[in-house]
Design a protein around this ligand. Structure first.
Ligand SMILES: *Cc1c(COP(=O)(O)O)cnc(C)c1O
Length: 369
């Protein structure tokens, strides 16, 4: 054995993050051409980014120059968008990076992080990577958080409570009064509002009163910038200042910075896409509900979780992949028998429904309503 023996012992069992499938990796493995793959597995925006972004990037002349490490202009623009002082804001290479930075800032070995499962994978990923202890509080059958149990799990070692709101992959919201109750514990509460533009629910106004509240947002979903990696966090200024200190220099690149500036000049265009997706969410929900062998969960985000009632969810995921339709499957307790479907264009909904009702899935037909 070579230098592998030097790897941290606590990381030997670390499984990594199971990310969405990149369509190009399926080339030659399925009959469908890469360009025809319907990607419903990563909650990306099928309408793309603002055309202003493409134009500005094609004309950008300073890719040879490092970005501003202090993100001054970017933070000011974000401050205008969210209507808060720039001293609260830090931008990241995706909001994932801010989750990671916050955990690194607060969580030492044997400190605890409370996670309300099933939920977004990065909270546990970064906690484990930092050597922190994950305390998992399962959600109820409708995926609501058991607030009393979370509160009773808080102790001297607890550093963070994570709440994705709406939750990924379940799509449901946690009521504001519940979040206020958790804020009352005094530990830091991260409310991840990655899907805010779809749910229109935010706890941002609570930031003035509660100095332990952190809100995360991203441009990956509503603004169609997932590939450029840019998100932001709203932290109490004393924390924001520290996050800026511990982050890798130049973490948000100039393309992403330019893309944010252009997106914020084109909010009307982007929100029209969001509106189309919200309308399509309703249509997709109704169409899925008519399939008798799926239990469909209501969603306030741009995806819908379905429990697969009469075959392995993994099998359905594979069969759809053969047809060139990518959905998300999770090999996790409680949602092992579920798939998550991103809301996309109407023609993609139609193709998905057709595939779900097709011959290759025939054994399920008799259960259709
Ligand atoms: C998609 C998503 C994010 C966004 O991650 P980025 O790194 O900004 O692309 C954050 N939180 C949740 C819950 C998400 O679903």
């Amino acid at each position: 054995m070579g230098i592998e023996k030097l790897i941290r012992k606590d990381l030997l069992a670390f499984g990594g993050y199971s990310a969405a499938t990149a369509p190009e990796t399926l080339e030659g493995k399925i009959k469908v051409a890469t360009k025809d793959i319907i990607k419903l597995d990563a909650n990306e925006n099928p309408y793309g980014c603002s055309p202003r972004v493409n134009k500005a990037l094609s004309q950008y002349k300073q890719f040879n120059i490092y970005p501003d490490d202090g993100q001054e202009k970017l933070r000011k623009l974000l401050a205008g968008y969210v209507d808060i002082d720039a001293s609260y804001i830090v931008a990241g290479n995706g909001s994932n990076q801010l989750i990671d930075l916050l955990i690194r800032l607060l969580v030492s070995k044997s400190d605890e992080v409370i996670n309300c499962t099933p939920t977004f994978g990065i909270y546990s990923f970064s906690t484990k990577l930092c050597g922190g202890t994950l305390v998992e509080i399962p959600r109820d059958n409708d995926f609501n958080i058991d607030i009393a149990r979370v509160k009773s799990a808080v102790n001297k070692k607890t550093k963070i409570i994570f709440i994705a709101n709406p939750n990924n992959p379940t799509g449901n919201l946690t009521p504001k009064k519940d979040i206020i109750e958790l804020l009352g514990t005094g530990v830091s509460v991260v409310v991840d509002e990655a899907y805010y533009e779809f749910s229109r629910q935010t706890v941002l106004p609570l930031m003035k009163k509660y100095k332990n509240l952190i809100v995360l947002r991203t441009f990956s979903k509503w603004a169609g910038l997932a590939g450029l990696r840019v998100g932001y966090g709203l932290f109490p200024p004393g924390i924001a200042d520290f996050i800026l200190r511990i982050k890798i220099p130049y973490n948000v690149n100039v393309a992403a910075t330019t893309a944010v500036a252009e997106s914020l000049k084109d909010i009307g265009y982007l929100m029209a896409s969001v509106q189309k997706l919200i309308a399509e969410r309703k249509r997709l929900f109704t169409r899925l509900q008519r399939i008798g062998w799926l239990k469909v969960y209501p969603s306030q985000a741009n995806f819908i979780l379905c429990r697969v009632l009469n075959m392995e969810a993994k099998e359905l995921y594979k069969r759809l992949q053969v047809e060139g339709i990518l959905v998300r499957y999770f090999d996790q307790p409680r949602i092992k028998d579920c798939i998550r479907i991103s809301v996309s264009k109407p023609e993609h909904t139609d193709a998905l429904i057709k595939a779900l009702r097709s011959k290759s899935l025939r054994q399920n037909r008799r259960m259709d309503k």
